[in-house]
Design a protein. Sequence first.
Length: 188
Amino acid sequence: MAALIDRTTLRTSYEELAARLRDDASGSFVRPYVETRLVRDVTVESSFTQYDRPFTFTSDEAHHRGGHEDGPSPMRFFLSGIAFCQQGWYAKGSALIGCDVESLELDVRTYMDMRGEHGFEGVPPNPQWLLFDIRVASDCAADRVLEMVDWGDARCPLGVLVRRAVPVYERVALNGTTIRDTTPADLP
């Protein structure tokens, strides 16, 4: 079976880019963007070019929320974006820490009261917290896996951003055994 993470490639790309950025900060500034257009009601299309290829995503809401269910909701894209970012940085952490993984799965969960987005007094419209449920299969020791997770947590731009907005809790399991759980007992 092929390795899940090509440690040499990830380590090399990370270290080479870090060296270039250290030597010349002018190449460090990026301005990601997307173009969106309202298709109908709450159906929205996002388009952009990246890697010299066009990409298009459609987001929508459920019928009972005025949508047509033509695509995932904006919240699912938001949660997926965070998960994509975290996974990528955990993979880079695996390569740089030297911790091979057989599998790496991440569920991102949240909680919100929809009354907030409908203007109910005293109810915030945003998610109240995020839970990262991280499952790793690896022969690495628990402390190395946690080092990999912490390394990724400190570098994923989307994860760092949401941590500034809401509490982020983590449940990390290694080979089916929980090795970290910061989830409050009363979390809804």
